[in-house]
Every structure is written in structure tokens, then in C-alpha cells.
Design a protein around this ligand. Sequence first.
Ligand code: COA
Length: 320
Amino acid sequence: MYSRIAGTGKYLPERILTNAELEGMVDTTDEWIRTRTGIERRHIAAEGEYTSDLALHASRQAIEDAQLTPADIDLIVVGTTTPDLVFPNVACLVQQKLGVPPVPAFSLEAACSGFVYALGVADQFVRGGQAKRALVIGAETMSRIVDWSDRETCVLFGDGAGAVVLEATDEPGVIYSNLGADGNQADLLYAASGVSRKASQTDGFGMLRMKGNEVFRFAVKTLERMVDEVIAENGLEKGEIDWLVPHQANIRIIQATAKRLGMSMDRVILTVQDHGNTSAASVPMALDSAIRDGRIKRGDLLLLEAFGGGFTWGASLIRY
Ligand code: COA
């Protein structure tokens, strides 16, 4: 038993925040943001619009694309680091809003790797026979934890949601997942808010904090090691992967990973310019974009990868 991608969807909130607008908010320039990150704009959730609302739009699309109805879904897994509430978890909120019957529904927190982790977990449920049609979501409202006075981080992040429906099949599908984490580097990237541990004034009242330069170096090194493992453990030749669907944090990190894989940038799905770093939402949104515009076709071999706070990282090798 394997799982395959039966449908995809995505949602970006209506409000667009451009680099030019950021020039009026912090000491930055459009040119700096474009050349250092590749980002041109990001979307910001409206007041009263929450992570589960973004996830709901993406999920409806994915379920429709799979030619199913919410009643067919028998598992919901959400990767998010910006849940609406402490509980109920975002998956339960989506379940209620979609009208999915009582099935297992949970969220997991792995920051920007959240979707790849969620996909790996849902795939195990399907392989184990515990689910036949899983809804897997990456959804975030990063704008709610960004410190809008910190130019080193506020230019990078945005809001969005992406979703896929995984369906049980007898041919892969999801071929292989590679998940990893290293909690020793927690102080390089974190959001100092919590329930058990309250944010202090010096922590910045729960805002996202990052030592960008060090995160950059660690991300490049880790992703290079991980894609080497994917290639080796699956007996692949470098040219065999049709599309790289990377986490969209910084175009320079993506270029480094593509180079390591010997892939030209025209085989890489790049959406960072349109929405910045949307954390767990970025991989499923990029996937959906490239399927809908016809670049990714049935039968193509895809490598999804992500790196994020924790640190966490993950890859998924998929025959679409
Ligand atoms: N506008 C203008 N200047 C800025 C700026 C901004 N928004 N943010 C930082 N700078 C300045 C810095 O203060 C620094 O100035 P200095 O040289 O006078 O000290 C200079 O730009 C270079 O900063 P540096 O941090 O070395 O830049 P960088 O090339 O590493 O790029 C990031 C910064 C954040 C874009 C990059 O480090 C990055 O993408 N890191 C990883 C981010 C990430 O992926 N995080 C999430 C993991 S999923």
C-alpha cells in the first residue's frame, strides 16, 4: 500500500504588502530585499482571518481537485506554527468548517518543515492502512508573530496555506521521506512566545527572532547533506529528478540546493517572489502552482524539501 497525491490547493490572503510599502515601515529598500532574498511581495491575512480560514480555502480546492467531497476524508494532518488557538488544533477547526466526519485530526509543529513532516506522517497512516484519503495541510499566519519594527525579519515572511489530498494506491506515490531535526540550534531561530513559557519583554513579546546569517549557512549545509542522502538512498542519478519543489525562504538557499542536485533553475518551482517565506505553507503552495500551470505532469518525479526553526528539515520523493 502506498499513497499518491490526488489533488492540491492553495490560498493567499487578499492583501498584498509590497517591498515598496516596507520601505516606508523600516530602513530597507526594494533592491536589498530582491537581491538578498528574491522576495517581491507577501500576502497578509485580514483582521479576523485566521490560519484555519486560510487552510479551509486551500483544502476545499484540494478536495475538489481530487474529485472528492469532505465526507470522503478520513484523516487531517496540519503543519503549522501559528495556530488559531492553543486548542482545538487547526486540523479540528478545519474539520468543523469543512464538515468532515469524525476522523483523526491533529496538527504538528515543525516550523517551515511542517508540511513535509505532515506529509511524512500522513503517508505512514495510509501505508499502514489506517487512512485512505488524507487531507494534508501547511498553513500559517506568520504576520502575527513577525516584529514589524525588525527589518532583518519583517521583510521575509508572509501568510498563506497549501493542501494536498493523499489517496491510497498500490503504486507509489510518495516513495520516500527523510525527516530530521537538531534542537541544539534553537537560539538561532525562534518565536519567544508560549503558553508554558511566557514571553518576557526582553524576548520581544513573543515575536520571531532570527540570526539570519547563521540560519542561512546551516540551512544550505543541511539541505545539501539531505539531498545527497535522498539521491544515495534511492539509487538515483542526479538528472532523474524532474522538479525540485523547495521551501520558499530565500532564492539563494534554493539556488544552492538546486546546484547540489545538478538541476538548472528552470526545473525548480520558484514562488518566493510572490509571497515570501510562508513557513509550512510554502511547499504545498509551490506544488499546487506548478501542477495548475501545467509544468508538473502525472508521472514526473518530484523532490519536495524544507528547512526551518528547531532546526527541522525534511524531504519527500514523490512520483506525481
Ligand atoms: N534592509 C536593508 N538592510 C538590511 C536588511 C534589510 N531588510 N536586513 C539586514 N540588513 C543589513 C544588515 O544589517 C547588514 O548590515 P551591515 O553589513 O551593515 O551589518 C547587511 O544587511 C547584511 O546582513 P546579512 O545578515 O549578512 O545579510 P545576508 O546576506 O545574510 O541576508 C537574510 C540576510 C536574512 C536574507 C539571509 O541571511 C537569510 O535568508 N537567512 C535565512 C533566512 C531563513 O531562511 N529563515 C527561515 C528558515 S526557514
